[in-house]
Design a protein around this ligand. Structure first.
Ligand code: SF4
Length: 368
């Protein structure tokens, strides 16, 4: 079992790093967890350019000149949790909707016709609306139409994840939001999600269930972003050791405006986000790094090829939002409003290839 980090200790470990530690990390052929702390530290800020160059080189060597693309489909915005930062929080008076299987399939086919082959099914956490049977049924409908169907829904048991794996789900994302236990308690006021440890143990259950890929991450803006980065690195290293055949991705969603008007408790700049991405790439050359449409087009264009490997595109965060132009009930407002075609054009302009799938279901058949 991965043990929850002493968050304050992580902050202290990072703050103690010097430029000599950073230089040692940058010349290391294998960055250790302690060296990751140096790369995330304030002492590394003057080395950002060098980190970007090294990160870019590693990314090109491991992933080629490609950027994978996906789009989320919001199935439901019902939620029983009270997370103070989220537009779907049970406290918020928003229009709630859970798509029927036919409606969800229609949304998926809109994305399919736009050219997407990788979709991420997302929902608020309310088992009365979206449970394992619902997820199994929608997956069975979509599995032959897309190269990859991933999910970002409430944490489940290993058994339920395995059922969804057999149905055709290839990847599960479950973000800890914050590894800072005290802050976790302050921002998750009620509901199952307020159990910090159950959430922390979820990525391991996903991997145990046989999923091909597990996504972890933290919501930036709640606590010390540097310590969140080190906690993610430690969690990732533990998962890699326990589940060597599983692929991992990391996402660093920065807080966006949402219903409830929650203001970030910590400011995380684009420069800070870039430092985190470069540091994680140097720490783990094989990890997939995701930058979603929370970030603006200008930033995402600038980061192409420097570390991230996967972008979302053309995203809407309300259930039924692709088919209904007058949709309501978004989780948050996105920062990059470009269509898939526009994102692809920007990727090609940089000399990269947009990749609509990184996975073929034939591989999965061989694994079962
Ligand atoms: S963050 Fe997730 S669990 Fe929390 S209120 Fe939003 S949808 Fe629900």
């Amino acid at each position: 079992m991965f043990h929850a980090p002493d968050f304050k200790q992580l902050s202290k470990q990072i703050a103690a790093k010097t430029s000599a530690d950073v230089e040692a990390a940058l010349s290391s052929s294998r960055v250790t967890q302690d060296q990751l702390a140096a790369l995330i530290s304030p002492a590394a800020e003057p080395y950002l350019q060098q980190m970007a160059m090294q990160s870019s080189e590693i990314t090109r060597n491991r992933f080629g000149k490609t950027t994978q693309l996906y789009a989320p489909i919001y199935l439901s915005n019902y939620c029983t949790n009270r997370c103070v930062y989220c537009g779907f929080s049970a406290d918020n008076l928003i229009k709630r909707k859970c798509l029927t299987l036919d409606e969800a399939e229609r949304e998926a086919m809109i994305l399919h016709d736009r050219g997407f082959q990788h979709i991420l099914l997302v929902s608020g956490e309310a088992e009365s609306a979206v449970d394992v049977e619902y997820m199994e049924a929608i997956t069975l409908r979509l599995r032959d139409k897309f190269a990859a169907v991933s999910i970002e829904i409430q944490p489940m048991s290993t058994e339920h994840y395995h059922r969804l794996f057999l149905a055709g789900i290839t990847a599960v994302a479950v973000y800890q939001e914050t590894y800072d236990r005290d802050m976790y308690k302050q921002v998750h006021l009620a509901g199952k999600k307020s159990d910090y440890d159950y959430r922390l143990e979820t990525p391991a259950r996903v991997a145990e269930a046989g999923m091909r890929e597990v996504g972890i991450g933290a919501l930036l803006g709640l606590s010390d972003w540097r310590a969140e980065g080190l906690a993610i690195g430690n969690h990732l290293a533990w998962l890699r050791k326990e589940f060597w055949s599983t692929a991992f991705t990391v996402s660093f969603p920065r807080m966006r405006p949402a219903t409830g008007e929650f203001e970030p408790l910590q400011i995380v700049s684009e420069q800070n986000l870039s430092q985190l991405i470069f540091a994680l790439r140097l720490f783990d050359p094989d990890v997939g790094l995701i930058v979603s449409t929370r970030e603006e087009a200008r930033y995402r264009n600038g980061m192409l090829g420097l570390g991230p490997t996967r972008y979302s595109a053309g995203s809407c965060t309300a259930p039924g939002g692709y088919g209904d132009a007058d949709h309501e009930g978004e989780q948050f407002s996105v920062g990059d409003h470009r269509s898939l075609e526009e994102v692809c054009a920007a990727i090609r302009e940089k000399g990269f290839d947009p990749v609509y799938k990184d996975w073929d279901c034939e591989f999965q058949t061989g694994m079962i």
